[in-house]
Design a protein. Structure first.
Length: 585
């Protein structure tokens, strides 16, 4: 083996790792909504959680990536620790798919069908199809398919390059002597663990072992302990990912590590007993790509079958290793986790869930503030201000998160949803601000003992009821993705605008007649402005929903389109105008 073989080995390894990462990322992006539906099945039981972990890992081609994702879910309270354990076990089985794909490179035979199954035969075809899809289509879904095929072809080319580069090691005495050392099971486990910890992927580590098997110097008995160690080494990624997370997230990473260590200790003990007592000839045979895939699958299935009934014990073990703190110390709630960004579909869903919470907080603050205008209490005022502060906090974390999330590759649906949420959170936060403004008006009314005239009270009640209904339609539209409800908002917003002008004109007339004071007029103007601004933000939210449903984001064009020459708008506007007609002055 000369310097050129070494360079070929390095190049092949780089192509292999790049292809695996590219294919996994593209598969994850393409399956975005599918990952959401799989996640929804987690609550149905242990088997569903196990199958979810296995399926997601088969898609992502990495148990490390799945476990990191699980740590993020637990940290964000999307998933419980018990659910996480089931998913982690499924991930350990799902990761064996890669080894079987890579074992295709070891197929031998002269028939046409067998030759077609060889990666050297179909990889160029997949690469050709992939580049056509990637460069020939503008549709993102087709481009994703192209990236998946190109990633797979690159992976297989890298695998073949590594296998070809190391074939020369067959005759190298030093390499044979090194492998004799690895025949020690304990050393084999350590080598597998260290190698996998460095590249942070058990699938890639197994692939490298399969490539080395082409030298003919690795026996089945030597490969098995290395495979066991690879399962321990893959835990490093999750352990690093859990730094800075809450206790349950750290426990999830500890479960992953303890599961693989316990499984390895038990299986290594059995392996050593069987090897020493029965001395089976299969252990001395040359390892191949297929035999390594078989050993990898058998080991992971055996560990899972052994420990699957003991999920409760693993949970208790993790809680012993990471106990609850003494005293009545409450853990600070982490609203959202950046680890989810590596699974954009789920990150967007989490942002949507948090935006719903934010919207409800803003709505409740507004309704409490409107109630305070009639019956002010200090307790009510404190609740409104706390809710406004919460809405500010939600806008801060969601805004920063969504901006950062948009730098990650997403499919069209997730990209649209992310953009929609980014536009809406500002409007929801401003509604809570106007709630505080209304509250301050209520406080001023109470402190200065301001009393509106009976006509003014009746007029304000009409405006308040119209604003209440526009908030109702806005929340219904957002919470249920109800475009029909969203279509009710803009006509009603126009009615609120009209009411504001009418109430201002009527106030000026009362002022001219001496029926109202200037001091009362300042409070009156503040109330009208805040009610009208709330309706404007409701209009922004509903308009954003309708525009995004039509793949656009031009609010001015949208408003002009629906207000002018739109019979449905005019019909709804007339209906609301009649409903909220002011009493005769």
């Amino acid at each position: 083996m000369d310097i050129f073989d070494v360079l070929s080995l390095i190049g092949g390894l780089c192509l292999f790792l790049f292809g695996m990462n590219t294919m996994g990322s593209a598969l994850e992006k393409a399956a975005g909504n599918g990952l959401k539906s799989l996640l929804g099945k987690l609550t149905t039981g242990k088997i569903a959680g196990f199958l979810t972990g296995m399926g997601v890992t088969a898609v992502m081609q990495s148990s490390s990536a799945t476990t990191v994702m699980v740590v993020g879910f637990v940290n964000s309270r999307i998933m419980t620790l018990r659910q996480a354990i089931n998913v982690i076990m499924g991930a350990n089985v799902g990761t064996t798919v890669t080894a079987w794909i890579l074992s295709l490179s070891g197929i031998e035979g002269d028939s046409l069908f067998v030759n077609l199954l060889k990666p050297t035969s179909f990889s160029p075809i997949l690469a050709l199809i992939g580049i056509v899809f990637y460069m020939g289509f503008k549709d993102n879904k087709k481009k994703d398919i192209g990236v998946i095929l190109l990633g797979f072809a690159t992976l297989m080319f890298g695998m073949n390059a590594m296998s070809s580069a190391v074939e020369g090691l067959r005759e190298v005495e030093a390499f044979r002597n090194m492998l004799v050392m690895f025949s020690n099971p304990i050393l084999g486990v350590l080598v597998g663990a260290v190698m996998t910890a460095i590249i942070q992927s058990s699938s890639a580590s197994v692939g490298i072992l399969q490539a080395l098997s082409s030298t003919g110097q690795i026996s089945v008995g030597t490969s098995i302990p290395i495979i066991m160690g690879q399962n321990i080494g893959t835990c490093v990624t999750a352990m690093l990912s859990s730094v800075g997370t809450n206790r349950n997230a750290r426990r999830a990473s500890v479960v992953h590590l303890s599961f693989n260590i316990i499984g390895t200790v038990i299986m290594l003990t059995l392996f050593c007993i069987v090897k020493s007592v029965f001395d089976l000839p299969v252990f001395t045979q040359e390892a191949s790509e297929v035999s390594i895939a078989v050993a990898h699958t058998a080991f992971n299935i055996a560990c899972t079958a052994l420990l699957f009934p003991a999920t409760g014990l693993l949970e208790k073990l993790s809680m012993k290793l990471i106990p609850e703190p003494k005293g009545d110390v409450k853990e600070e709630k982490i609203e959202i986790d950046e680890r989810l960004m590596h699974t954009p579909a789920l990150a967007v869903q989490r942002c949507h869930d948090l935006t719903i919470k934010m919207a409800k907080i803003s709505e409740d603050a507004l309704r409490k503030a409107m109630f305070a205008l009639e019956d002010y209490t200090p307790e009510l005022a404190e609740m409104v201000r706390k809710q406004e502060s919460k809405a500010d906090h939600y806008e801060d974390i969601l805004g920063s998160y969504l901006v950062k999330l948009n730098t990650f590759p997403m499919n069209d649906a997730d990209s649209h949803e992310s953009a929609k949420l980014l536009h809406m959170i500002g409007d929801f936060e401003r509604i809570s601000d106007h709630a505080v403004n209304l509250l301050e008006s209520a406080e001023e009314i109470k402190e200065k003992k301001i009393a509106f005239s009976e006509p003014a009270q009746r007029e304000l009640k009409v405006l308040s009821e119209a604003t209440d209904e526009i908030v109702f339609y806005t929340m219904k539209a957002f919470l249920n993705n109800d475009l029909e409800a969203a279509a009710q908002v803009e006509p009603l917003e126009q009615v609120v605008d009209d009411l504001k002008e009418q109430l201002r004109s009527r106030h000026i007339k009362r002022l001219q007649k001496g029926e109202c004071s200037i001091e009362v007029g300042f409070v009156w103007a503040d109330l009208l402005n805040n009610f009208e601004r709330v309706s404007d933000h409701c209009s922004n939210i509903a308009g954003c929903m309708i525009e995004m449903a039509h793949d656009a984001m031009d609010m001015h064009e949208y408003l002009n389109k629906i207000k002018h020459g739109n019979p449905a708008f005019q019909e709804q506007y007339t209906r609301f105008s009649q409903k909220y007609a002011l009493p005769v002055a």
